[in-house]
Design a protein around this ligand. Structure first.
Ligand code: WTA
Length: 647
């Protein structure tokens, strides 16, 4: 089937099976006419303890930057996700938990989720965690991770979830950046049949920080862990039974912080992206419903980890605000075998399935049979997120997973955007494989050239947003200037996404990937600067330069060029040491795929590393290296090419 045909079939199928079409079309028109009125109406889907009178107050001007939505309203995110569903729907399933071991699962009702959340909120309160305090959550994919997030929201504490695959050092730097007063963790995590020593990692992290007064440990495996008197507490065996399952919610201003989530940028250490309550909740709930065509009774599964923004918005906050049944999966797609995703779909009769291209590419390699032997007839809609989906993976997802019948929503967004900005609306948008298609209602993307001139019609350039949306990040925690400098200075008066994009003759957007020094490895954002600083921390390393290169499964792989100190010798052992160094400074997801020892790096006469050349060489593109006349030592390039060919 050609892409044209696929898109026709898919679109027709969607039009017959999905209900959002009319609604979405109406929303687009309404939002275009009066965006403030539109968002004011959309925000009514939430329960406000004090209604807002003002919808929006925004300036993208760097000298007066401010972003406020619903600023005089009050609400509580946990009330919106839990309490308001109890009267009529308390016994319905909020969370289906599927354990790493396929024989384990749990259904948790809204009432249970409410009570567990309240208990944890009461414990935090009893231990002196107050409104505005920061709490780090370092958890496996278990329901308690969601309770922990909602418990913080309930008392007005600001959570920062740290992905369980990050190292103790990475955890410590996040705890220290926001002065977290408490950590919620588990004794161990379980993934793909292996355990991860989360509590031991927390102990190591806390050797480097002094702000944490409480470590609450959920017993996941019951493994023996060290407990520090006065600081550490077990949840089930020590704390839970003494706290009440009711906890009055803290009324929060719409612009009070809900959470901080650290994400990688072009430079420096990860930034604490701060999201606030009213706008984020409005945006997550609205986009979850319209993009996934969510209908009451649907079983919805997003395969992300709660450690990433996708887990925040589309496993926890959006779905629960919509009273959805959200599936939380502890394991990995290839355990016990590569049919796992589809077995889980069949077991729980999943209707909506949302995953990342990297997982699809990995599963595609295992062959169609592992998919085809499963039923999957419950599925109605497929989604993709995190990186550009290549047409081969799109076609496989469509043809094999979706039996050639299901629409795919390719959703473009970022940690900073809080929720989806560019995506098909099922049934309302004709699909094209590999394109995130069109902006959601009220979203104002534009394409600019390197000088910031607007490009019209079909074109390629840099993706910016010229106006705000409720789910937009409000600041970099503790460093508002960095927020302004990173996002609003490159193109004055606009939010710069860091992504490159093409717009076709139908106005469809095709995201081409990052145009800054951020790489996207298996859908995980990684700053090249972070990996470089981990490498140069090794005493034998003089200098390191890290770039991305195309990788069949990961999308991008990490390519590290390393020069050594005088007297140090390149060896397999040193290579292993360096890879270990990165694992321990950041985590396994940051480990270089290719490490290239080189006597020198290509530099300009002023000493600036020419990354453009390093990228080309890593990509195996030697013929078109561009202008090398400004190189201080042109011979370096030939040596690098030789080195690359031997890899
Ligand atoms: C990339 C994940 C192409 C993009 C939600 C963005 C995508 C970065 C897509 C944000 C998509 C995300 N098509 N690229 N559908 N979705 N990206 O903050 O480069 O982890 O800037 O948020 O992922 O990654 P983040």
């Amino acid at each position: 089937m050609t892409h044209e045909e696929i898109y026709k079939v898919t679109t027709d199928a969607a039009k017959n099976t999905l209900t959002t079409t009319e609604q979405a079309a109406a929303d687009r028109a309404r939002a275009a006419e009066n965006p403030e009125q539109f968002w004011s109406e959309v925000a009514q889907r939430l329960t406000w303890s004090k209604p807002f009178s003002k919808v929006k107050d925004v300036s993208f001007d760097a000298s007066d930057l401010h972003i406020k939505w619903f600023e005089d309203g009050e609400l509580n995110a946990s009330v919106n996700c839990l309490d308001r569903h109890l009267d009529n729907h308390g016994d319905e399933t909020a969370i289906i938990w599927e354990g790493d071991d396929p024989s384990t699962d749990k259904h948790i009702t809204y009432r249970q989720a409410y009570e567990e959340t309240c208990r944890m909120a009461n414990l935090l309160k009893a231990r002196g965690v107050n409104k505005g305090d920061r709490v780090a959550i370092y958890m496996p994919m278990i329901p308690e991770a969601a309770y922990a997030m909602l418990a913080c929201a309930r008392i007005g504490a600001v959570h920062t979830v740290v992905f369980g695959g990050f190292s103790p050092d990475a955890l410590a730097s996040r705890i220290n950046d926001c002065y977290a007063v408490a950590v919620i963790t588990a004794d161990e995590g379980v993934r793909g049949g292996r355990t991860i020593p989360l509590k031991a990692n927390v102990d190591k992290a806390l050797e480097q920080s002094s702000s944490v007064r409480l470590v609450l440990t959920v017993e996941r495996t019951g493994a023996k862990v060290d407990m520090k008197g006065g600081r550490d507490l077990f949840w089930y065996s020590e704390a839970r039974n003494d706290v009440s399952p009711d906890c009055p919610p803290e009324p929060m201003n719409a612009e009070d912080p809900l959470f901080i989530l650290y994400t990688s940028g072009s430079t420096g250490t990860p930034k604490g992206v701060l999201h606030t309550t009213g706008g984020y909740m409005t945006f997550s709930a609205y986009t979850h419903e319209v993009v996934f065509d969510y209908r009451p009774g649907d079983i919805y599964w997003c395969t992300a980890d709660v450690g990433w923004i996708t887990g925040h918005t589309y496993i926890v906050y959006g779905p629960l605000a919509n009273r959805a049944t959200t599936l939380m999966f502890e394991g990995v797609p290839t355990y016990p075998d590569a049919s796992r995703f589809w077995n889980v779909v069949d077991k729980h009769k999943v209707n909506i399935f949302y995953t990342a291209p990297t997982a699809l590419r990995a599963l595609m390699r295992e062959g169609d049979e592992l998919v085809e032997k499963t039923d999957r007839s419950s599925l109605r809609l497929l989604g993709s997120v995190g990186e550009p989906i290549n047409p081969e993976a799109w076609a496989w997802y469509h043809r094999v997973v979706g039996n050639g019948k299901l629409p795919i929503v390719d959703t473009w967004w970022q940690t900073e955007t809080g929720g989806i900005l560019i995506s098909p609306l099922p049934g309302a948008t004709d699909l094209k494989p590999g394109s995130a298609t069109l902006p959601l209602p009220s979203i104002q993307p534009a394409i600019v050239d390197a000088e910031g001139n607007f490009l019209e019609g079909a074109c390629t350039g840099n993706l910016v947003l010229t106006d705000s949306w409720p789910g937009q990040m409000r600041t970099v925690y503790g460093d508002h200037q960095r927020f302004i400098d990173t996002y609003f200075k490159t193109y004055p008066g606009m939010y710069f996404t860091g992504d490159g994009v093409r717009r076709d003759e139908d106005g469809y957007y095709w995201i081409t990937g990052r145009v800054d020094d951020v790489i996207n490895v298996s859908g995980h954002r990684m700053g090249t600067a972070e990996v470089e600083s981990a490498l140069v921390a090794h005493p034998s390393v003089a200098e390191a330069a890290v770039v991305g290169y195309p990788h069949d499964v990961k999308g991008q792989g990490i390519y590290a060029y390393v020069t050594l100190m005088e007297g140090a010798e390149a060896s397999d052992e040193l290579e292993k040491d360096l890879v270990d160094m990165v694992r321990s400074e950041i985590g396994p997801i940051a480990k270089p795929d290719l490490l290239h020892f080189t006597p020198a790096l290509p530099k300009t006469r002023s000493g600036k590393i020419m990354r453009r050349i390093l990228r080309k060489i890593a990509e195996n593109k030697f013929s078109n290296l561009g202008d090398t006349s400004t190189l201080a030592e042109p011979g370096v390039v030939d040596a690098l090419i030789e080195g690359r060919k031997n890899r």
